[in-house]
Design a protein around this ligand. Structure first.
Ligand code: ASP
Ligand code: MG
Length: 469
């Protein structure tokens, strides 16, 4: 029945229970589809620990990174111990884990001996890549144990990227050659390749990563290049939700979304998907499904092109942190935008985009989306770093900076329905709106508001999604 790609996220490979679900899903689908490609994330929490190890190595904290390597070893070995594997598979896998972690420890040691004051994203990439290498090997061994021809494949051999370490962009042409040389022959021989997500390599062979949550992106690029018929993302939630259920308990699973809507959802704070993964799928009209690994019989969320006659409606509401910069004069904002971008990249290895910007005769306002993946204290660290930089040039940068919340209502064809836009704004009664923007794909309306008002805004806009579920 064609070709299926399935991506398994960290939570779906973290425990023996989850892994046995993964196994039965792969066994089931491999009977229904002619070819199956698997893309795997590191075990849940592992990438965070690896990033911490890299940081500790840079501080020459030998005890710190050794402790992390030991914890990672124990965790992977304990998992392998509990899996139903034969002796040969188990011993080979254990030896692989030891070798991979030993190499990674070696790299930490090198960083620790090298007295640089900043950890380069290049070095950090080569350290964190071990997480996916470990998990892909575990899944491939499980498949072989169950008479499927699973082979672990390193993304560094397939996914060719630029050299923006920490946030690399795949090069589709170069990657296509690797896919044709390595992956397609495997798929044609009934092999199920288990490719490591998130990691790739430059033409010079340096390991890169695609940004946090990048396994989705790997899965989407590879699906496009092998001309898969569908991509299924397996996670531990029921699908894309109408809002974050921890904020809004009435949030429901959205059954159908179009590509633009889901891209906006991911960009504006729904943490399930990597926002850049949508374009390769959209270009090829490749349908995407998001499903819960613990409830495989449920349909989850399906993403495809819109039916022609779908009427405009609001389907979801998200919130994400942002930084607002304002000053009491108008004029060019190029300098501050560049400075903030550089500081974000230096402090957190990430890029940001200005989202809302407005000028009036005597003031300027800029609002930046801060990617959710920067962690709990990321925004504070960034704000401090920007403030420090601004204080070096007080006369050039008289900007006020504050954290704010960006609340986004997501739906389709909003440009055709001023009435719906009006309804969204009507829901914001008594909430001060600092800035307002409509997304260029006509799927989102965002407002910048005070963080204290976030919950109220979410709750009230969410009411608009109830009927359209
Ligand atoms: N393991 C990586 C991360 O945690 C990539 C992924 O999970 O998609 O960001
Ligand atoms: Mg992960």
């Amino acid at each position: 029945m064609g070709t299926l790609t399935m991506k398994f996220g960290g939570a779906s490979v973290g425990t023996t229970t989850a892994l046995s679900q993964v196994l039965s899903i792969i066994i089931h689908e491999s009977k229904r589809w002619d070819k199956v490609l698997i893309v795997a994330s590191a075990l849940e929490g592992v990438t965070d620990m690896l990033l911490e190890a890299a940081q500790l190595a840079q501080l020459s904290n030998q005890r710190g990174y050794r402790r992390i390597v030991a914890t990672l070893r124990t965790r992977h070995m304990a998992l392998i111990e509990q899996l139903p594997l034969g002796n040969t598979e188990r011993t080979t896998l254990q030896a692989d884990v030891d070798r991979l972690l030993f190499d990674m420890l070696d790299q930490c040691q090198m960083v620790a001996n090298n007295l640089n004051d900043e950890l380069s994203p290049k070095v950090s990439d080569s350290i964190v890549a071990v997480g996916e290498r470990l998990s892909a090997r575990i899944i491939a061994a499980l498949l072989r144990q169950n008479d499927l021809r699973g082979i672990a494949v390193d993304g560094t051999d397939i996914l060719m990227t630029d050299d923006v370490h920490g946030n690399a962009m795949p090069d589709l042409q170069l990657t296509a050659t690797r896919v044709n040389d390595i992956l397609l022959p495997m798929l044609n021989r009934d092999i199920i390749p288990v490719v490591t997500g998130y990691i790739g390599a430059t033409v010079n062979g340096a390991t890169t990563t695609l940004g946090r949550g990048g396994t989705d992106y790997t899965a989407s690029v590879l699906s496009a290049l092998i001309e898969a018929d569908e991509l299924w993302i397996w996670t531990d939630v029921d699908g894309m939700m109408s809002s974050d259920p921890r904020e809004i308990p009435e949030a429901h699973v959205i059954k159908e979304l179009n590509y633009n809507e889901v891209a906006e959802l991911a960009y504006f704070g729904a943490k399930i998907l990597h926002s850049r993964m949508i374009v390769p799928l959209q270009e090829r009209s490749l349908p995407l499904r998001i499903k819960n690994v613990f409830k495989p019989q449920e349909t989850g969320t399906r993403v495809s092109h819109d039916e022609q006659d779908t009427p405009p409606s609001i389907k979801a509401v998200t919130s994400i942190q942002g930084l607002a910069l304002s000053r009491a004069v108008s004029g060019s904002t190029a300098g501050i935008v560049k400075m903030v971008g550089n500081t974000l990249f230096k402090t957190l290895g990430m890029r940001s985009e200005v989202m809302i910007s407005s000028q009036s005769s005597n003031s300027s306002f800029l609002c930046l989306v801060i990617p959710t993946s920067i962690g709990i204290d990321g925004v504070d660290r960034l704000q401090h770093a920007i403030q420090e930089k601004m204080s070096e040039y007080p006369e050039k940068m008289p900007w006020d900076i504050q954290t704010i919340s960006i609340v986004t209502a997501i739906g389709n064809k909003l440009n055709h329905s001023p009435a719906i836009m009006g309804k969204v704004l009507e829901q914001l009664q008594n909430i001060e709106v600092y800035g307002l923007a409509m997304g260029p794909s006509n799927c989102s309306i965002s407002v910048a508001i005070s963080t204290e008002d976030t919950h109220r805004a979410l709750e009230s806009i969410h009411q608009l999604t109830i009927k359209s579920g």
